[in-house]
Design a protein around this ligand. Structure first.
Ligand SMILES: [Zn+2]
Length: 236
């Protein structure tokens, strides 16, 4: 059951705040916290690698729970690779967990990181309201039933926090869109999420850094790391 305000937000009537309810809340230490659990049969090693990938480049923390209730991600094996977009713990249907499906063929690092990206709150890059300035979508070439993957979001639904369009995003389909060759987060993916969650300053000071290595708009930089939570700084 949605409150009138949540309905208004979902309908895009509250400009600029649309994304706030979709963000994972902070844990006790002030960092955004994503609790999760594995449901029987999911490829735990692959999911763990995807989680560590996100933790190495952003200030979001993940915490495994056993048999938890309350808002969390349930990594499970359903049909295909998919996730909802962002935190849904305020929604009655998801208050006790929201699924990320890591089905057959979904276990590569790029795909797992992509689905976690959705769960954190990222749309597909090619859904950006400005995408027509950057890519040409040939709807005639899209397989039946797949065109919603190419829907554009409205300006009200999105906030790119000043981060430019990114062809190298792990959330961007390639021109061979169904052959997903995602290799992991781009420089701008990390920058966007760190800005979206406003946690980068706290994280940097925790790592004894004064400057965000992701501050530039470089389109490369997959190997840049800041530091892992609670671990000594290292920068490649
Ligand atoms: Zn996707």
């Amino acid at each position: 059951m949605l409150t009138p305000r949540q309905k208004a937000i979902l309908q895009g009537q509250v400009r600029g705040q649309a994304s706030l309810i979709y963000r994972w809340p902070e844990g006790n230490d002030g960092y955004p916290l994503v609790p999760y659990q594995f449901i029987d049969g999911v490829d735990e090693a692959s999911v763990t690698a995807g989680i560590q990938h996100w933790e190495s480049k952003t200030c979001i923390k993940f915490e495994q729970r056993q048999g938890t209730t309350g808002p969390h991600i349930k990594f499970e094996v359903l049909s295909g690779c998919w996730s909802h977009i962002g935190y849904l713990g305020w929604d009655a249907d998801h208050v006790n967990g929201q699924t990320v499906s890591i089905g057959s063929g979904c276990s590569s690092l790029g795909v797992v990181a992509h689905e976690i990206g959705h769960a954190i709150g990222l749309f597909h890059m090619q859904s950006s309201p400005t995408r027509d300035d950057f890519v040409l979508v040939l709807y005639d070439n899209i397989l039946d039933g797949k065109s919603s993957n190419f829907d554009k979001k409205t300006v009200q639904q999105t906030n790119y926090h000043g981060v430019p369009y990114d062809y190298t995003s792990n959330m961007h389909y390639s021109s061979f869109c169904l052959l997903r060759k995602w290799i992991g987060l781009s420089h701008r993916d990390a920058l966007l999420v760190n800005r979206m969650y406003s946690c980068i300053q706290k994280w940097l000071s925790n790592c004894s850094l004064t400057v965000d290595p992701y501050r530039t708009m470089a389109t490369s930089g997959h190997r840049v790391r800041v530091c892992v939570h609670g671990v000594h700084l290292h920068s490649l």
